[in-house]
Design a protein around this ligand. Structure first.
Ligand code: GLN
Length: 244
């Protein structure tokens, strides 16, 4: 079910962030190790977002990441201290198109969802009712992840990111049977993540932090994050608390 990563630290290229490591995001697109019953490969597109001062820029393609030469030829020139990236395995019934590929971006935010909301779209109608109609009409794609993003954007107008994400997870859990909600949100300064069902690991050094669905290499310093956790990470700072 999709794989994603978030990186904050010394400036590096977006290409590096998605290709370096024996189990890089690009490798995870065709040989993921821990999909937990959520598909087999992540070939339904990919995306990367990075911050250029306060502006978030992104590149997305509905083709498999391994088939896109722009990763090595173009994204090597996109350098940043903050990167969010994802490879996608579309949930059955959801379209394979560029607009459905994470990360979804807006203003300074980038968002990725690894998982599925069972019963979508019906179970999400009550949640969607609280979102201004104009924002619903701007739904980037007809998928559960895009709906989560539009609802989260609305919550972010009223709440701090940690509160907004916790509200979102609680509300979805109250309407959908066992949703899978590994969410990843960043403003380029902090990474916010949740673990609901799917895997997530963290790698910390003095001046960098990486969150990834799977460890990107064999470094024994990768720490797995258990289920139902809320993670806030910055270089030199990591806070993991229960989601409930
Ligand atoms: N359900 C989302 C989609 O189809 C996310 C998929 C995933 O995590 N595999 O885009």
């Amino acid at each position: 079910m999709c794989r994603h990563l978030g990186y904050l630290g010394p400036q590096r290229s977006v290409a590096d962030a998605v290709t370096v490591g024996s189990n890089s995001l690009r490798v995870q697109s065709w040989a993921p190790k821990d999909m937990r019953g959520g598909g087999t490969i992540n070939a339904d597109g990919f995306g990367a977002a990075w911050w250029d001062a306060d502006t978030v820029r992104s590149y997305r393609n509905p083709m498999p990441i391994w088939s896109d030469p722009a990763v090595d030829e173009v994204l090597v020139a996109a350098r940043s201290t903050a990167i969010v990236a994802a490879v996608r395995s579309a949930t059955v019934g959801m379209p394979v198109e560029r607009s459905a590929c994470a990360p979804f971006t807006d203003g300074t935010w980038a968002f990725s969802h690894n998982g599925v909301v069972f019963g979508w779209p019906e179970v999400m109608t009550d949640l969607a009712e609280q979102v201004p109609l104009a924002d619903l009409l701007r739904l980037p794609a007809p998928t559960d992840s895009a709906a989560l993003w539009v609802i989260l954007q609305n919550l972010l107008r009223e709440h701090e990111p940690d509160k907004a994400l916790r509200i979102l997870v609680n509300r979805v859990e109250s309407v959908s049977p066992s949703p899978r909600l590994n969410l990843l949100l960043s403003d380029g300064q902090t990474l916010y993540a949740t673990t609901v069902y799917h895997s997530l690991s963290v790698l910390r050094s003095e001046n960098a932090v990486t969150l990834a669905s799977e460890p990107l290499d064999d470094d024994p310093s990768w720490e797995p994050i258990t289920d139902h956790q809320f993670v806030v990470a910055r270089p030199g700072y990591l806070d993991i608390t229960d989601l409930d």
